[in-house]
Design a binder for this molecule. Structure first.
Ligand code: SAH
Ligand code: SF4
Length: 351
């Protein structure tokens, strides 16, 4: 929803200021799916807005619901024809997280990621980013009764968390991403708390510092995946510029400013980064940063995007966790959701 256009529309039609608040509340908080549902407005006004304004900046091409009802993926067609994907995940009954995209494709070229394989097409605008959340809010409102684990009523079935973990690298589109965070946390608009928002980066060092200064309360996740420069170079081209040394320094500065927990994502790749020696290197990296209690490793299952790589077995993942714990590193094995509908991490490719 383009807020500036809405303000302009109200001015052009000589409508009193309080109407803006009324309409914003209906759209952003209540999640109406069309202007005609805003019954506090006269019928004439509703019809006029409906004709002149657009609630969402894309059309919904397809919605896929996983069999367990815990993840839902939507394929969205932007007005210029580009396709993006957004995912809604329910890690616990009644809790929904919206995983949103910030670019069409991605320029970073990580070898294990389906989005990376697409290459970069364009940045999304702040409106296209936040409309993904608006879309899910509307969707949950309309469908809350359909989902078994959502029988607690709409209030308990709203989007609770937002993660910038869809398509794209947030720090490559920081202007629009930072605007989108302001819209999501604006009390007159979406009203999310900063702490319910997480931004994930492949490890762009100056972006990490910028985020600490601009949004110290927003959660940060870093896709680390490898604890040796040699391996990280091979799979993540970002490492050639921002290597482990640079990441270490960026994290040290981050902690000086925020003192907040950071999540380090680590995909488990069979025979590549899952041996005891890799765990040792990872633990050494963590301890070299300091503030170990603020660093948390998430071990993620690799979702196959090509035949080149294979996921580590459950046993190997468990052993890797135990190994890290020997070195006093906080570690969690993350459950992968949405693989069957290609909605899991790294599988989004706008298809
Ligand atoms: N570009 C940002 C945001 C995307 S988040 C980033 O890379 O952090 C998507 C997460 O899924 C990242 O941690 C990414 O490294 C991870 N990922 C990519 N491909 C994957 C795959 N095939 N299996 C599991 N995780 C993958
Ligand atoms: Fe881009 Fe993130 Fe995929 Fe890497 S993992 S290609 S940074 S979306």
């Amino acid at each position: 929803m383009n807020i500036k256009k809405l303000q302009q529309f109200l001015e052009e039609n000589n409508l009193p200021k309080f109407r803006l608040g009324q309409i914003q509340k209906a759209i952003f908080m209540d999640g109406v799916s069309s202007f005609s549902e805003i019954t506090t407005l006269s019928k004439n006004l509703r019809e006029k807005i409906e004709k002149e304004m657009q609630l969402l900046s894309f059309e919904v091409e397809k919605v896929l619901v996983a069999e367990d009802g815990q993840s839902i993926k939507a394929l969205l067609k932007l007005f210029d024809g580009n396709l993006i994907e957004t995912v809604l995940i329910s890690p616990k009954p009644g809790i929904w997280s919206a995983c949103i995209s910030c670019q069409v494709g991605c320029a970073m070229g990580c070898r294990f990621c389906a989005t990376g394989k697409m290459g970069f097409k364009r940045d999304l605008t702040d409106e296209e980013i936040t409309d993904q959340v608006l879309f899910w809010r509307q969707y949950l409102k309309k469908n809350s009764k359909l989902f078994g684990n959502c029988n607690l009523g709409f209030e308990n079935c709203d989007v609770k968390n937002i993660v910038y973990m869809g398509m794209g690298e947030p720090f490559n589109n920081w202007k629009e991403v930072s605007e989108s965070i302001k819209i999501l946390t604006d009390e007159k608009l979406f009203g999310f708390g900063s702490r319910s928002i997480s931004v994930s980066t492949s490890g762009i060092a100056d972006g990490i510092e910028r985020m600490a200064n601009e949004f110290p309360q927003v959660n940060l996740a870093i896709s680390l995946h490898f604890a040796s420069d040699e391996k990280r170079d091979r799979f993540m081209p970002v490492n050639k510029k921002d290597n482990l040394e640079k990441l270490r320094n960026a994290l040290k500065k981050y902690f000086q400013i925020t003192k907040r927990k950071v999540f380090l994502e680590y995909i488990m790749l069979d025979g590549i980064n899952d041996a005891a020696l890799d765990a040792k290197l990872l633990a050494d990296f963590i301890h070299s940063i300091g503030n170990t209690h603020l660093l948390h490793i998430n071990l993620i299952r690799y979702n196959m995007t090509s035949e080149e790589l294979k996921p580590s077995s459950k046993t190997r993942t468990q052993l890797f966790k135990q190994e890290l714990e020997k070195y006093n590193v906080n570690t969690t094995i993350r459950k992968s959701l949405g693989e069957e509908i290609k909605a899991a991490c790294g599988q989004l490719a706008g298809e």
